[in-house]
Design a protein around this ligand. Structure first.
Ligand code: C5P
Length: 306
């Protein structure tokens, strides 16, 4: 028997970052949106643990670990340990989400592995247990389970769905060279002269105008509310991203935002046709990693059970 679970990429419509905590993490006020680029994780019973990776065109697998340090393997092992179950699993990860792009591809794999192994062995893990394991695996993993559009607080692991009546279209412009999330947060600290962690730093607030724009579903309103505190640190580290930004500004996109900690850029379109036109412009400007994606989409969900 095998189970295949599909999990989406995400980006942050708002990513407000506070002063670092004593554990090094930053308090976030964020709004996540799941977008229609996916990784598929297929789990099957095995004698020994193993993982195999494949990918869509233009996705470089070189940085994806194929041992116990792969986050999907860690997720599957943590879930089985919770149930004191000593069985082993073979995982096949097919990546459609660009790697190290700020699109939470690793988090998607972890969320998909949790759901896949739970269904494969009929473990009956509760939602609360799944969310707790997800939070332990990474700040973005709970959102990868939940999907849709959601507010994130704490270090990002506390997720609460928000009203989103839009049917959004994004053009996703990837980059040949990834960016390290801890490094970008470190650059954020250097820019703000945050030397060490604070005991109880203030949590950034959510943007009420952004929440209204999501409830109204109007691209022109959303376009003026997008924000990402990691954009300046990422641009400081990677001046080449300014060229992407300049191309995006010359396109007819309604707004451009860095995805998470980057380097992927998200360009807002008003319709599917508009998104295809922008994608054509970006491709014509020399960008090879360009995708069109709709949002919001579902979190990790079973697609094949055989
Ligand atoms: O939680 P996760 O393992 O995905 O985070 C990766 C890294 O990103 C952390 O080690 C930390 O450096 C940084 N991070 C942060 N504050 C957050 C989330 C992540 O500093 N809220």
């Amino acid at each position: 028997m095998t189970v295949t679970v599909r999990a989406p990429a995400k980006f942050n419509l708002q990513l407000s970052v506070g002063e670092p905590r004593t554990d090094g993490y930053h308090p976030l006020g964020t709004v996540y949106q799941a977008i229609g680029l996916y990784d598929d994780v297929t789990a099957s019973p095995a004698q020994m643990w193993s993982v195999e990776t494949t990918a869509d065109e233009h996705i470089d697998l070189a940085q994806v670990p194929t041992g116990d340090d792969n986050i999907a393997v860690r997720a599957a092992k943590m879930l089985l340990a919770l149930h004191r179950d000593e069985r082993a699993v073979h995982l096949h990860i097919h990546k459609g989400i660009p790697i190290a792009g700020g699109l939470a591809g690793g988090s998607a794999d972890a969320a998909a592995a949790l759901v896949a192994v739970d269904r494969l062995f009929d473990l009956g893990t509760s939602d609360d247990e799944m969310l707790a394991l997800a939070a332990e695996l990474g700040s973005d993993v709970p959102f990868s389970l939940v999907g849709g559009t959601a507010a994130g607080s704490g270090r990002g692991e506390i997720v609460e769905p928000v009203t989103d009546n839009g049917s959004w279209w994004w053009v996703v412009v990837g980059n040949d060279t990834g960016l390290s999330t801890p490094w970008v947060y470190g650059e954020f600290d250097r820019m703000h002269r945050y030397a060490s962690g604070a005991a109880d730093p203030a949590a950034p607030a959510l943007d009420g105008d952004l929440l209204d724009a999501l409830a109204d579903g109007e691209p022109a309103d959303l376009a003026v509310c997008l924000s990402n505190d990691l954009m300046d640190p990422a641009l400081a580290a990677r001046p080449d991203l300014r060229a992407t930004l300049a191309d995006a500004e010359r396109s007819s996109a309604m707004a451009t935002l860095l995805s998470g900690s980057g380097p992927t850029m998200m360009l807002l379109a008003g319709s599917a046709d508009h998104a295809r036109e922008i994608a054509g412009f970006m491709t014509g400007s020399g960008h090879t990693r360009v995708w069109v994606a709709t949002a919001p989409v579902a979190g990790a969900h079973v697609v094949t059970y055989a």
